[in-house]
Design a protein around this ligand. Structure first.
Ligand code: NAD
Ligand code: G6P
Ligand code: MN
Length: 430
């Protein structure tokens, strides 16, 4: 029987996970689920724990659910640890989104300077969790959902011994989008991905022996695949010209001006930035969660960007536990899979999943049309990790200078100063 520990258990996404555990009950014998949080999140994790209990009872499953603020105690005997925490909460996210915009630069929580700030706040905390895991449950798997997921995963591989796989819900949603456009069962479609977390490209989509991606790209759809990014129509056109299906996060790079304009319009309206929206969605969600009549995952959770998170996370755990050699698109260490990128860096590619973990399938060279962008973002990511662990301000500046969404040294300097100042209580290394 399995013990699963969720760090950041007060997240409104946790009912997703519980649903995933319920759906996998025949193959995944979960006995214990512990939700770990910090004082700031105690009220939320308490509500979620009660909801999780009701969901398991409703499913007639005997899972021991509890919460604790004592991480080390929780880790004792853990088989799988899921991390989904937000250092500094939505307040910190709000600053990450707003500060860059003051300088006319993209304000987003995972790409651009906002993603940099989230990374330097988060990496030291994640490495502390890893220290605990090394001591308390060295054989446990860490499934990391905490953003920026690829960067965090690379930092863990570089600075700890913990077995870690990084996860994002974008690839699985791109896969379902491709299958839906083609009108086929997602299970019958094999999609190949290359690139990085939030910088990914679907390069092939094989159905019954033929690559149907060109056909898929010819079909326009209005709806985007994640709730937090409004789809720009021209994305389908450039995707067609490139010959790849594009992660919605590529809008920030390919349509930077339009995205900044949209962000500024929202900022100066009642809408604010995405964190303001999420704050409202969360309020509504926790009102629902508190209702003792509720014993299933509510539909309203689909207003968050992390759709299909549970499917991705729990089926990944299922593949490891059952040694099933299934394919998942996850964040792993490159080891030459993409020859242009450093051996020890994280990439988001197709992997075979079994008890040994995630083994990337050989992808080969990055197509020339996207190589420059991917390589540049990887250099930014590598420098960001170095800055996070050393607290060196020059390295931090050079990281930002390598981010393709920053075009001027003075912008980089000003944004860095403002971010370090705004988050100083959460940045012990600096
Ligand atoms: P949230 O603000 O609800 O935070 C989740 C919980 O983490 C909160 O209850 C908070 O109290 C807790 N927390 C903060 N610091 C902690 C610490 N040091 N130890 C333990 N718990 C701590 O956040 P959310 O919106 O649910 O998102 C959680 C994380 O998942 C974020 O990092 C977010 O970016 C990420 N996320 C990733 C994806 C993906 O595709 N990988 C998708 C959605 C969200
Ligand atoms: C997306 C991404 C996540 C991102 C999240 C935002 O789909 O894959 O990495 O952080 O959803 O969702 P939110 O509802 O918090 O804006
Ligand atoms: Mn993601």
């Amino acid at each position: 029987p399995l013990k699963i520990v969720v760090i950041g258990g007060g997240s409104s996404y946790t009912p997703e996970l519980v649903e995933g555990i319920i759906l996998h009950r025949t193959t995944l014998p979960v006995k214990e689920l512990i939700l770990v949080d910090v004082l700031m999140g105690e009220e939320k994790v308490n509500i979620i724990t009660d909801l999780a209990k009701r969901m398991f009872i409703n499913a007639e499953m005997n899972v021991d659910v509890s919460y604790t603020l004592n991480r080390r105690e929780a880790l004792n005997g853990a088989d799988f640890v899921l991390t989904q925490l937000r250092v500094g909460g939505l307040d910190a996210r709000r600053k990450d989104e707003r500060i860059p915009l003051q300088y006319g630069v993209i304000g987003q929580e995972t790409t651009g300077p906002g993603g940099f700030a989230k990374a330097i706040r988060t990496i030291p905390v994640m490495l502390e969790i890893c220290r605990d895991m090394e001591n308390i449950c060295p054989d446990a798997w860490l499934i990391n959902f905490t953003n920026p997921s690829g960067i965090v995963t690379e930092a863990i591989h570089k600075y700890s011994k913990v077995k870690c796989i990084g996860l994002c819900n974008v690839p699985i949603n791109m896969h379902y989008d491709a299958a839906e456009r083609l009108g086929v069962n997602p299970k019958d479609l094999y999609c190949e991905f290359t690139g990085l977390n939030h910088l990914s490209f679907m390069t092939h989509a094989y159905y019954n022996g033929a690559d149907r991606l060109p056909e898929i790209l010819g079909i326009d759809v209005e709806e985007g695949i994640v709730e937090n990014i409004n789809k720009i129509e021209e994305m389908d056109i450039i995707a067609n010209q490139l010959g790849f299906m594009l992660s919605p996060y590529l809008q920030y790079f390919y349509f930077e001006k339009s995205m900044i304009q949209e962000e500024l319009e929202n900022l100066h309206s009642a809408k604010g930035t995405r964190s303001d929206e999420v704050l409202e969605v969360e309020k509504g969600l926790f009102e629902l969660y508190k209702n003792t009549e509720l014993n299933i995952k509510p539909e309203a959770l689909s207003k968050r960007g992390g759709a299909r998170y549970s499917e991705a996370a729990i089926s990944l755990i299922n593949s490891i536990y059952n040694d099933s050699n299934e394919l998942h698109v996850v964040n792993v260490i490159n080891h030459g899979t993409i020859p242009e990128l450093p051996q020890d860096s994280a990439v988001e590619v197709n992997c075979i999943i079994n008890k040994q973990g995630a083994t990337p399938i050989h992808i080969g060279s990055l197509p020339t049309t996207i190589r420059g962008l991917v390589e540049q973002v990887k250099m930014y990511e590598t420098l960001t990790i170095k800055a996070a662990v050393t607290g060196d301000r020059t390295t931090a500046l050079l990281a930002l200078l390598n981010n393709p969404l920053i075009h001027d040294v003075m912008d980089a300097k000003n944004i860095l100063n403002d971010l370090l100042d705004a988050h100083k209580d959460l940045l012990d290394n600096f």
